[in-house]
Write a protein that binds this ligand. Structure first.
Ligand code: ZN
Ligand code: ZN
Length: 427
């Protein structure tokens, strides 16, 4: 039997890899503009890190982590998300002592054993930011502005931003209490997951995607009415800054996000073309995590976005750029002698910075021309025995079929292109 890839994983073929590379280039450029610097952390960590950081009661930690015991008996997990690792590394490397305010970003593979029908991959790529050290509502607004700019620059045209506030340690207990009172009599109408959530972390019931649960939640109390003055003030400042920055957003009082660590502002970026699984990313404040990991009282905010989901949405919007291979030259040869000449010329052209290719299968002239076409070569250099006898090559431009004999020397070829094709050729 042939060995096949693991369920929920995906092979990324060359054309698609180039689409990823293009998006990653855009990502890094936009991050730099806003002052974020990249941090790379290990793909596996102690399981404890995610239990503590992501949260014991989350679906991610409960059901979706790839955890294993290594040969030294350590409990390890493949990272299901980026934030806990960044905060661990931030503290472990004493970044807070170097500069009190840090802007960090990450990009890499994450692992979650999600149910396959949701169409989500079990190995996926995520990028995210963490702005650590500021309580200012400006930084809340700025992360949203940055997130939207990245999504736009990657090619997503229609993104909806939903925003809410989940309150803080002081006011959230009141909200949980009112939600509990509301749901208590309707418990038998909720799904099994929600019955469990009701006991361990009631806010997560609001996250349920099941239609039956959504019906029950229709008239549930909202967090907005329960916010303390500090949270209320912070939230209204964030909204005001977004409005003044011309950022369109929708208030969604039931937005809680799938993680336990959020405080105050939470938000989601939604692509309408993706259907039910419509979020391409989201984030919020997590003012308690640094402290939870044994650090000083330092607030933080961040977001994470799924690269595969963004690229899927770009494709669905019909705006995806098809990546095509490009070659400046393809060298066509006729026999053993001209073929060696062709190989040496190929290497010289590459040294000059040209992208070029030749045939390695001793194929016919016709097959080589066809291959050059397939590779999108701009020019073909033909070395036949007649050409070689005169120490020449035939230079043929593929777009219009025009061709010319040129001396067999790299300088002559480059000069010919400079003189006659310069406006079309970037070299
Ligand atoms: Zn509060
Ligand atoms: Zn449910």
């Amino acid at each position: 039997m042939k060995i096949q890839k693991i369920k929920g994983t995906k092979d990324i073929l060359p054309n698609e890899t180039e689409t990823f590379l293009e998006a990653e280039k855009t990502l890094r450029k936009t991050m730099a503009k806003y002052g974020y610097r990249e941090m790379r952390t290990p793909i596996f960590e102690q399981t404890e890190l995610f239990i503590k950081g992501t949260g014991e009661t989350t679906d991610i930690v409960n059901k979706e982590m790839y955890s294993f015991t290594d040969k030294g008996g350590r409990n390890l997990s493949l990272r299901p998300e980026g934030t806990p690792s960044i905060i661990r590394a931030y503290l472990e490397n004493n970044l807070h002592k170097k500069r009190i305010f840090q802007k960090l970003f990450y990009y890499g593979r994450m692992y979650r054993q999600e149910s396959p029908q949701s169409g989500r991959l079990r190995e996926f790529r995520q990028f995210g930011i963490e702005a650590i050290g500021s309580l200012s509502p400006q930084i809340d607004a700025e992360t949203i502005i940055l997130g939207l700019e990245i999504l736009n620059n990657i090619g997503l045209r229609k993104v909806e931003t939903q925003i809410s506030s989940v309150g803080c340690d002081k006011c959230r207990p009141f909200y949980k209490e009112s939600l509990k009172n509301f749901l208590e009599s309707k418990l038998n109408l909720l799904c099994d997951d929600c019955k469990r959530r009701f006991e361990v972390n009631i806010l997560r019931v609001l996250d349920c995607k099941r239609e039956t649960c959504r019906q029950v939640l229709k008239n549930a109390p909202t967090s907005e009415n329960q916010l303390c003055n500090e949270c209320k003030d912070h939230f209204s400042k964030v909204l005001d800054l977004l409005q003044k920055s011309n950022v369109h957003f929708t208030l969604n009082p039931y937005l809680v996000r799938g993680l336990d660590y959020y405080t105050k502002t939470v938000y989601e970026f939604i692509s309408p073309v993706l259907g039910a699984q419509d979020a391409v990313g989201g984030g919020g404040r997590y003012d308690k995590m640094v402290e939870l990991f044994g650090g000083p009282q330092i607030p933080a905010i961040g977001f994470a976005c799924g690269m595969e989901r963004i690229l899927l949405a770009v494709e669905k919007e019909g705006k995806a750029k098809i990546q095509k291979q490009h070659f400046d030259f393809y060298i066509v040869t006729m026999d053993e002698k001209t073929d060696e000449k062709g190989f040496l010329l190929l290497n010289e052209l590459r040294k000059k910075g040209f992208v070029c290719e030749k045939d390695y299968l001793e194929r016919s002239l016709k097959a080589q021309m066809k291959d050059s076409d397939r590779l999108g070569a701009e020019f073909v250099i033909i070395i036949g025995s007649e050409e070689l006898g005169n120490n020449e090559v035939t230079l043929r431009r593929m777009t219009d079929g025009s061709q010319k004999r040129v001396k067999l020397s790299i300088d002559a070829i480059v000069e010919e292109i400079r003189n006659n094709y310069q406006e079309q050729h970037k070299n």
